[in-house]
Design a binder for this molecule. Structure first.
Ligand code: ATP
Length: 239
């Protein structure tokens, strides 16, 4: 279980997120929805120790990661099994697909499993198998997102944090990418997904939460969120 407990982050005096509590179980997909600037990226960054929380705790099963997070020791947090795919990034564009994937297996926890992890990643994204020697910077946006997710899987995550993986992708490619997530979760990996694409993400997630101005205003099962009139109006359009 990954647990965010009463997490608060300030940028200067401005609170970007306030007292956000959220849990993700192993093998579960939880989506955080919210408008631009609601604090979604900040939530993921704070969990990884990329920004320092002013208040709150991060717990990973029996481990309290709070002191690593507060000291911003992200590499040690990765060693414990939390891996982030950042918005738009997460690849070395000058390197090939294969180089990106192999570099992804940098944590100690992943090294001995490199072969098995590579097989799994390429099973999930067969398209990458044909492109192993292509430079990532020459690939389409959708393919680059696949490389970023595959590379994160090479780090042997226990929990995968995804920051708007479908941003800028055509609907059909966004759907293809999100459809892979249940296969990852089926391996026991918990997924904390940040998305603006509510329709799609609620179709693959078990639970969801809504962030508004840094505050978690709603948390429910994905089915309940899909049916909720306020969520429908704000995030799902009129249909
Ligand atoms: P988006 O979908 O646009 O990425 P978001 O929900 O991920 O938005 P955040 O990027 O977490 O939102 O930003 C939350 C708030 O904090 C915004 O008001 C943003 O302007 C502010 N903010 C984000 N990063 C910083 C920073 N490094 N310094 C100061 N303010 C920041």
């Amino acid at each position: 279980m990954l647990e965010l407990r009463e997490l608060t982050v300030h940028y200067g005096l401005h609170p970007a997120i306030q007292n956000v509590s959220l849990q993700v179980a192993s093998g579960e997909i939880v989506v955080v929805l919210g408008a631009n600037g609601a604090g979604k990226s900040t939530l993921l960054k704070a969990t990884m120790g990329l920004v320092r929380p002013t208040h709150g705790h991060i717990l990973l099963d029996e481990l309290d990661l709070t002191s690593l997070v507060r000291r911003r020791l992200t590499h040690q947090i990765v060693e414990q099994g939390l891996v982030l795919v950042p918005e738009r990034g997460g690849t070395f564009t000058d390197l090939t697909v294969q180089e990106n994937l192999l570099l992804g297996a940098f944590p100690h926890r992943a090294r001995a499993r490199e072969r098995e992890l590579l097989t799994f990643a390429l099973e999930l994204f067969p398209k990458l198998k044909e492109r192993l020697s292509q430079r990532v910077g020459t690939m389409s946006g959708g393919e680059q997102r696949m490389v970023a997710v595959a590379r994160a899987l090479m780090a042997a995550p226990r929990f995968l944090l995804l920051d708007e993986p479908t941003l800028g992708l055509a609907p059909v490619l966004a759907k293809q990418l999100l459809r892979v997530l249940p296969k990852i979760a089926a391996e026991g990996i918990g997924i904390l997904l940040v998305e603006q694409n509510a329709h799609l993400s609620l179709s693959v997630a078990q639970r969801g939460a809504v962030l508004a101005n840094g505050v978690l205003v709603h948390a429910a099962s994905a089915a309940d969120l899909r049916d909720d009139p306020t969520v429908r109006t704000a995030y799902l359009g009129s249909d």
